[in-house]
Design a protein around this ligand. Structure first.
Ligand code: NAD
Length: 368
């Protein structure tokens, strides 16, 4: 990785420490909300501009600087935000005393090193998905953040989208009854990544949604898949086993002629379909199910199919990333542990790691 050696600043010498102490002592939300968290963003490629745009638009934070090692990326940033401090060297962001928190929006293999240096320099970190390349790296960052009393948030964007929040509410309210399955399809043509497989690129979305809505500890993972172009898997079928006979299946594919973003969640009492490409009515709940009144043997099974009403609950339309970044600032200012903290990031990295192992072994069961 480029960049000069990043000296580790004493956290007490940064303003972040002062800010956090003051907030902890006071716990007055209205006053706290006025305090501004000062941010630096590293990475202004494909996703970085969305992070920068949203931080820039939030009232309770101050976007101080953007870093990208590619000067062409910085030129793009300069056009949109003429007054912003720009740098090609991430060390400028990590050592800057006027920055309290850093967003790491660079390729996966750089997350660990950049997030570690940020934490060592007393900065809270917002790290893109997937959190790290290995579970060990995630564990190290979590420990470091705990030692330094700093926040880690991992960008599991969908957890802040209207449909996913609604699905969680519906499940928590018991509307679906005991869960049977979660079945998610995320396929389209490209965007091919040169450094990670489709598992590490797309599946973090589905796995983090699954983790949030099923809210159980998974037991085992089985994955199959294939790579047809550059040696990295471009399609994968991941199965996750949970206690209580709940099963999850995730289909991610960069070689699909059409874009599909559909999730089916089946419960004993009701079933749900989320089609994220629908402009309205993204979620539909079906009063459908199967009941079996059993006799003695298999031939005595009395199967009855239930097919009742279908309804579409209203979902919030606010941009998920805006809600998430607002929450990041709130967690820093009011000293809260984010729901998508380092531990949540680690859970997903463990699943990705298990899926990759299983895929390499053509579907071997990997116990978690
Ligand atoms: N949450 C989401 O929905 C979502 C969507 C897309 C991408 N992502 C994630 O965002 C991250 C970035 O993905 P991308 O598609 O924007 O990648 P990208 O390659 O388009 O952009 C990454 C940028 O980081 C810069 N960079 C790399 N190393 C650097 C360093 N050491 N110092 C400074 N700049 C550096 C590159 O020059 C590039 O401009 C990945 O982790 C990806 O998984 C998340």
């Amino acid at each position: 990785m480029s960049g000069k050696n990043v000296p580790v600043l004493d956290r007490a010498s940064t303003d972040t420490a002062g800010l956090t102490k003051q907030v902890n002592a006071e716990h007055r939300p209205d006053e706290n909300a006025k305090k501004s968290v000062r941010l630096g963003v590293i990475g202004y490629g494909y996703w970085g501009p969305n992070i920068v745009r949203n931080f820039h638009g939030l009232d309770n934070c101050q976007l101080v600087a953007v870093c990208d090692k590619n000067p062409a990326a910085l030129k793009r940033a300069q056009k949109v935000y003429p007054g912003l401090r720009l740098t090609t060297d991430f060390a400028d962001i990590l050592t800057s005393p006027d920055i309290d928190a850093v967003a790491v929006v660079t390729p996966v293999w750089t997350h660990f090193e950049l997030a570690k240096a940020a934490l060592q320099n007393g900065k809270h970190v917002f790290v893109e998905k997937p959190f790290t390349s290995t579970p060990q790296q995630a564990e190290e960052l979590i420990e470091l953040a705990e030692q330094k009393n700093l926040k880690i948030m991992v960008d599991h964007t969908f957890l802040f989208s209207g449909p996913v929040r609604k699905i969680r509410q519906v499940i928590d309210a018991g509307t679906l009854g005991p869960l049977y399955y979660f079945d998610s399809t995320r396929v389209n043509l490209g965007l091919f990544q040169h450094d990670v497989s489709v598992v590490w690129d797309l599946a973090p979305h589905d796995l983090s949604i699954m983790d949030y809505v099923i809210n159980e500890k998974p037991e085992a993972v089985v994955a199959t898949g294939a790579g047809h172009l550059n040696g990295l898997a471009d399609m994968a079928f991941i199965t996750v086993y949970f206690p209580g006979n709940i099963i999850a299946h995730i289909n991610v594919n960069w070689l699909s002629p059409v874009k599909v973003r559909t999730t089916l969640i089946g419960g004993k009492d009701k079933m749900l379909m989320w089609n994220d490409l629908e402009p309205d009515e993204k979620i539909k709940i079906y009063d459908k199910g199967v009941d079996i009144a059993s006799g003695q043997g298999v031939y005595d099974l009395l199967v009855s199919y239930r097919s009742g009403d279908v309804w579409a609950p209203k979902c919030e339309q606010t941009e998920a990333l805006k809600v998430e970044l607002d929450y990041f600032i709130d967690c820093i200012v009011n000293d809260k542990t984010p729901m998508n903290d380092g531990a949540a990031g680690l859970r997903i990295v463990r699943l990705l790691d298990a899926a990759e192992q299983s895929l390499k072994d053509r579907g071997k069961v990997v116990t978690l």
